[in-house]
Design a protein around this ligand. Sequence first.
Ligand code: ASP
Length: 303
Amino acid sequence: MSGELLLLSNSTDHGAELLAHARDALAEFYAGREVLFVPYALADHDGYADAVGAAFAAAGLRLRSVHTDPDPAAALRAAEAVWVGGGNSFRLLRALQRADLLTTIRTAVAGGARYGGASAGTNMACPTLRTTNDMPIVEPAGFATLGLVPFQINPHYVDADPGSRHMGETRERRIEEFLEENDVPVLGLREGAWLRVSGPTVTLHRRTARLFRRGRASEECAAGTDLSFLSAVEPGFDVCQFSSWPVPAPSACCRPTSRSRPAAAPTAPCGTSSSARTTSGTVQAPVRSCNAPTANGPAAATT
Ligand code: ASP
């Protein structure tokens, strides 16, 4: 599946108006298209649609909210462009599941509709919700998201403050925990950054990001980095899933992560990976699952 995607870390940059930091990018990405807005990540759909409509108007774009349409699925099927707003990603995913819109959006994007999102909208473009920052304020029927890209993004990525006395997990530690269980790259997109995906080409824009991969030291990515190798990854979910309890000794499947083994040798800056590019575009890649007879990863759920 190929796609044209614009995936923002955040909707509002510090000290700026809603989406003002990405105004030019939005104007270029959606030029000449009417944008269908998906407001379900916030509770106040009317208020959200008004605010985002004004932000898009400032970029010279027309936006209409899907919640005002009597048939949201038909509207999404016919859409030439979609914008999925941020908010609570669990609420957003549950709404999309309940209205049976995940497949509809995937099909629309495969058919050429442009997909843009910020934060929770960016989480939705990944295979699974497992790298969101949000609290599960509602209970979706599974964590499978759109899978427009085969890797994970952690929006609003924030570095640990070395002077902090806070003893909760850092964002880095949370992502490492994800990588202990799953073999899927996670791109920590710092605020103000976005990804532009065009078929198999993935480029980081405006700000930096941190790339986390299972069993490797994390890497810093500068704005402008070509991250196209990420479009060729095969996500592996629940690679340490065991069928019996108590958990047996770690097997070869359960490789140590960079945290639990000696520091890895410095790696090449991200973007210089030798991984092959694909010409197949962004795909819902096959899910690898080790020791798991049935994959509970994203491909298993299609809602
Ligand atoms: N709550 C975020 C948002 O603004 C999503 C996230 O942090 O994962 O949409």
